[in-house]
Write a protein that binds this ligand. Structure first.
Ligand code: FEO
Length: 405
């Protein structure tokens, strides 16, 4: 993809695919990379909507010049979001297009100065709902604070119905040829959109709900996020999925996340899984916390109502990979989960079990009985307790499913 790709009238995708970064924000694995989507609206005036991570500036500028030619420049850079995966090219772009004004809101201005020392005279500040006239294309700006940072906004083009939504509705994964929802395997991207949502934005779910309400006031035809595919065939589908996730609505299924040094706690986890399956639960995801990155576990927990945590004790604390997962879960403010816990120990009875039960209390989650606590390796009696826990969880999941209709 060495040139821009038309999205709709006068509007081009000029983003880049990052296949080099292993960890997004130096935390989240990118097994299949990530795209930074920037968009160019070439009207009487030319607006660039968002940029890309630094080190990809040449690619971005090459695409812009491929569309505009060498004699025309960018008049406005609209900054929907200041996180450097989108703002990283600002300094180089400003040097390349010196007449370019940088557009944002009052909070954007603060960040433009603190991140890139941009002069006041180069910044145009707009309030919520105000807009910019490019000629045929009239743009308006709609603040959606904390989706993902305080300054984040959506830019809406009234001529084409494109909503440029930045992080909202975006996901991990490069764009490998196709850039639209009708050109790609949305089954894969939906999983990566949920992983992005749950780990990056999910903590701010109430603000996401407000943002979606705001978006519903616009007659959008295309959802153009800053990561992942552009939704032109079925924009409402991804908006509705996002709305469900932000309301903490779940599917009928369970995640079992375990931490086990020598396989004894793994036996406990597998016994619960077997009981769930025997009771007819189809969606069961087992994660070894030592091997699955927490971002994948958090994503699956966001999807399903049921969660079982099974952990051994390590140096008189909760097994560290499980502790890490617990900290992530507390940070996300996830609601409406049904939790089962199992623990094992050899000489520190009660430590791991207490830590796991505290998670239920801190999240206001339902804590199921029984709670097996295994000494060293599970006895037949311990495994019976695990069976019972699986049965009880299955009953609760079925009850939730019936209540949801
Ligand atoms: Fe894609 Fe919050 O940055």
């Amino acid at each position: 993809m060495n040139c821009g790709i038309p999205v709709t009238k006068d509007t081009y995708w000029v983003g880049v695919n990052d296949r080099q970064t292993d960890l997004f924000e130096s935390i989240w694995p990118l097994p299949r990379g990530v795209s930074y989507n920037a968009y160019l609206v070439a009207d009487e005036k030319v607006a660039l909507i968002d940029t890309v991570k630094n080190c990809y500036e040449a690619d971005l500028i090459g695409k812009i010049q491929g569309i505009l030619g060498k004699d025309r420049g960018v008049d406005y850079l609209i900054v929907n979001h200041m996180e450097p995966d989108h703002s990283g090219a600002i300094k180089v772009l400003k040097g390349f297009f010196p007449q370019m004004k940088i557009v944002g809101n009052a909070q954007t201005k603060e960040f433009l100065k603190s991140f890139y020392a941009v002069d006041d005279s180069d910044i145009l500040v707009f309030k919520d709902g105000e807009g910019l006239d490019l000629g045929t294309h009239k743009l308006s700006f709609h603040l959606i604070p904390m989706v993902h940072w305080p300054e984040t906004m959506v830019t809406f083009d009234w001529a084409t119905g494109v909503a440029f939504t930045c992080d909202a509705f975006g996901g991990f994964g490069t764009l490998d040829g196709g850039i639209f929802d009708d050109e790609v395997d949305m089954g894969y991207y939906e999983g990566e959109i949920l992983r992005y949502f749950s780990n990056i934005v999910g903590r701010y779910a109430p603000q996401v709900e407000k943002a979606i309400q705001k978006l519903k006031g616009l007659d959008y035809k295309i959802i153009a996020p800053s990561h992942g595919p552009i939704h032109r065939k079925n924009p409402n589908y991804i908006v509705e999925q996002y709305a469900r996730w932000s309301r903490h609505e779940t599917d009928c299924g369970a995640v079992i996340a375990f931490g086990s040094m020598y396989g004894n706690t793994q036996k406990v986890a597998e016994q619960v899984a077997r009981a769930l399956s025997a009771e007819g639960i189809e969606h069961i995801v087992l994660h070894d916390t030592s091997r699955s990155h927490p971002s994948f576990i958090v994503r699956d927990i966001w999807r399903y109502s049921g969660l079982v945590l099974a952990a051994c004790t390590y140096n008189m604390i909760l097994f560290p990979p499980v502790q890490t997962l617990v900290e992530h879960l507390k940070n996300k403010n996830m609601k409406n989960r049904i939790l089962g816990v199992c623990a094992s120990y050899s000489w520190s009875k009660g430590v791991a079990l207490k830590a796991l039960k505290e998670l239920a209390a801190s999240g206001g989650w339902e804590l199921l009985e029984p709670q097996a606590e295994v000494k060293s390796s599970p006895t037949p009696e311990d495994l019976k307790l695990c069976d019972q826990l699986g049965k009880n969880l299955a009953q609760r999941l079925k009850a939730c499913q019936s209540a949801a209709g």
